[in-house]
Design a protein around this ligand. Structure first.
Ligand code: PLP
Length: 370
């Protein structure tokens, strides 16, 4: 079976991992600091923090935005539940914006239409690695004095207008969970534009205690004025991360090479629709989405041909935890009925991708010519 996802775990991790495992130092320590220093270099920003998952990073971010019960947060339902699950936990209401029916990216016009005086933040998702139109979104946020949170779980290595995702708005979160471009088993990254937010996030990820203040007991005796969480990263994950980072550019380039091949094969196809963004960008191409007729039948067809394809995410507005936010979202309806992700990752060889395209073209022929 040609897989849609694969865990990237190079052999070069083994030795270093064993060293850390038996070092007597496996919790948050020097390796976490080293990993964060590398990430700071990567993003060109000092306000980079690791946490135990992207989901935790989103919880932290809502705290940093001081979200209160009754506040509204505009978001997209076309994503992993992780994007939105923190919102009801803060007693806030999700207000859905509609999306582009082909790319699945949140529609800036729909964001603006949904702003009220209760709106405190906008969450955008760089679906599949395709960056949202950050200039337009940031302009809206500035106009109404609202925070922007970028869920970049799919987009490590993506760029918007030649600048890496991670550098465009107040808060950007990334995931290092098992099947992302690179993984630390579990893990998340929070990138803050502002140093005060970064410092507060650093306290909140470990109960609210300042770990950097003098000796162990003094540390505990310092007042805790802002209650936090147990969201810290650890040296075992960081050891894996330090090794994984060495492969990141190569992995992203392989995804992009496969994406370009698919683009060249499908861009003039009258039946299959693919994403085209009308602004300068680089997509880390974690997913490659196509829109295809009789999508659910297509998924079975491809599986019989040995190719795993999937809807990947389920629209969040269908979950009853969000029943108070339900509304008509015509473009979510369109996107959700025809979209499917085909294998595009670093493990897909030239032969694989040619076989995938051939199989898709045969499917189209079969559906239309009988
Ligand atoms: C869009 C999106 N956001 C957030 C997450 C959550 O990431 P994590 O598992 O690191 O919490 C995921 C996980 O796949 C995701 O796809």
């Amino acid at each position: 079976m040609i897989r849609l996802f694969k865990v990237h775990m190079p052999k070069s991790v083994d030795e270093r991992l064993l060293e850390t495992l038996h070092s007597g130092m496996i919790a948050q320590g020097q390796k976490v600091k080293e990993f964060e220093d590398k990430l700071k270099e990567y993003f060109g920003n000092n306000n980079v923090l690791t946490v135990n998952s992207a989901t935790s990073a989103l919880f932290l971010t809502l705290r940093l935005c001081n979200i209160q019960p009754g506040d509204e947060i505009i978001s997209t339902p076309m994503t992993c539940l992780a994007t939105n699950v923190a919102i009801p936990n803060f007693g806030a209401k999700v207000v859905w914006a509609d999306i582009d029916p082909i790319t699945g990216l949140i529609d800036p016009e729909s964001i603006e239409e949904n702003i009220t005086d209760k709106t405190k933040a906008i969450i955008v998702v760089h679906y599949g690695g395709n960056p949202c139109d950050m200039d337009r979104i940031n302009l809206i946020a500035k106009k109404y004095n609202i925070k922007v949170i970028e869920d970049a779980a799919h987009a490590l290595g993506s760029e918007y207008k030649r600048i890496k995702i991670g550098n465009h708005s107040d808060f950007v979160i990334f995931s290092l969970q098992a099947i992302k471009h690179i993984t630390t088993i579990e893990g998340g990254i929070l990138v803050c534009k502002n140093e005060d937010n970064y410092k507060r996030a650093k306290l909140l990820r470990w109960y609210g205690i300042d770990r950097e203040k003098s000796s162990y007991y003094n540390k505990l005796e310092n007042d805790v004025a802002d209650y936090g969480y147990k969201f810290n990263f650890n040296d075992v994950f960081a050891t894996i991360g330090l090794e994984q980072l060495k492969y990141l550019d190569d992995i992203v380039n392989k995804h992009i090479d496969n994406k370009k091949f698919y683009d060249s094969q499908f861009e003039d196809n009258e039946i299959i629709k693919i994403s085209k963004l009308n602004y300068e960008h680089k997509s880390a191409s974690w997913l490659y989405i196509i829109h295809i007729p009789f999508r659910d039948y297509f998924i079975r067809y491809m599986s019989e041909k040995g190719i795993e394809v999937s809807k990947v995410h389920y629209r969040n507005d269908r979950y009853s935890i969000f029943k108070n936010s339900r509304k008509h979202l015509p473009n979510v309806d369109k996107f959700f009925t025809s979209q499917v992700a085909i294998p595009v990752g670093w493990w897909i060889t030239k032969e694989d991708r040619e076989y995938i395209v051939k199989t898709i073209k045969e499917y189209i022929k079969m559906v239309y010519n009988g």
